[in-house]
Ligand binder design. Structure first.
Ligand SMILES: Nc1ncnc2c1ncn2[C@@H]1O[C@H](COP(=O)(O)OP(=O)(O)OP(=O)(O)O)[C@@H](O)[C@H]1O
Ligand SMILES: [Mg+2]
Length: 253
């Protein structure tokens, strides 16, 4: 069953000579329960695409359907409810609320939806994110990796049908990155969650069911071709960054 699909999705920032076509005519279709990796070089439009898929950024033209509902045809209130109930979005730059502590940031989506979080569920999330020692700290008292894990906890706490993760391991070392990847995979399996993950990390991308390659705002043809071919272009752009120096054996263990 298709849970998410786009129709000629486009996003242009700015006007006239300053216009940037960040996403161009994207047509993708994602099955319920699928784990998809989105790869592409910096500035290729990955975050822009993800924000439109998650209902946080209106397309310039084109449509996003979630379970056959055209989400941008909803009014703002209904769109907000859709986001809170169906989507978990892990932002590339975290978007934590500076005046809320770790626990409060994690439980925020539930608070906004007038749902209470069971203490046990919160404890478990804090523990699985390795944040026990900092649970009452504010974001500016946390390391980059800790902030990233708060952002992940906040996205997972509602058990969303669709999890959108923008470089969820970008600020983590190999070990922590692999742990988060295992957690996302477990969540995908256990809750039949659809996961769409942006990554520059080849080893992580290869663990997905499918890789979608975006280049200059467009989906590169042949996404259903062999994965090796799809990731070939990544090697070049990814080469030289520490993040990609992962121990494959460890990742597969
Ligand atoms: N708010 C904005 N206003 C104007 N231009 C923007 C805005 N956000 C993104 N862009 C432009 O749109 C293009 C795509 O940006 P986007 O953030 O989607 O790239 P990305 O693939 O996520 O890159 P990265 O890997 O560096 O995160 C870039 O050319 C960028 O400069
Ligand atoms: Mg980005």
């Amino acid at each position: 069953m298709v849970i998410l699909r786009t129709e000629n999705l486009c996003k242009t920032y700015g006007k006239n000579e300053n216009a940037v076509q960040a996403v161009k005519n994207v047509n993708i279709s994602i099955e319920k329960g699928e784990f998809v990796a989105i790869v592409g070089s910096s500035g290729s439009g990955k975050s822009t695409l993800m924000h439109m898929l998650g209902g946080v950024d209106r397309p310039t033209s084109g449509k996003v359907f979630v379970e056959d509902q055209d989400i941008y045809a909803l009014n703002d209130d209904k769109l907000a409810i859709f986001r809170r109930r169906q989507v978990g979005l892990i932002y590339q730059f975290y978007n934590l609320i500076p005046v809320l502590n770790v626990e409060e940031n994690i439980t925020l989506p539930c608070e906004l939806d007038h749902r209470t979080v069971e203490k046990e569920a919160l404890d478990e999330m804090v523990k699985s994110m390795g944040l026990e020692a900092v649970r009452t700290h504010l974001p500016n008292e946390l390391s980059g990796g800790q902030q990233q894990r708060v952002a992940i906890g906040r996205a997972l706490i509602t058990k969303p049908a669709i999890l959108l993760a923008d470089e969820p391991t970008g600020n983590l070392d190999t070990k922590n990155g692999n742990e988060i990847m295992e957690l996302l995979k477990a969540s995908n399996r256990k809750n039949k969650q659809t996961v769409i993950m942006i990554t520059h990390n080849l080893d992580l991308a290869k663990q997905a069911d499918r890789i979608i390659h975006i280049e200059d705002g467009m989906i590169r043809d042949g996404n259903d071709a062999r994965m090796d071919e799809n990731v070939a272009g990544m090697e070049e752009s990814a080469a030289g960054t520490d993040e990609n120096v992962t121990e494959t054996d460890e990742a597969k263990a």
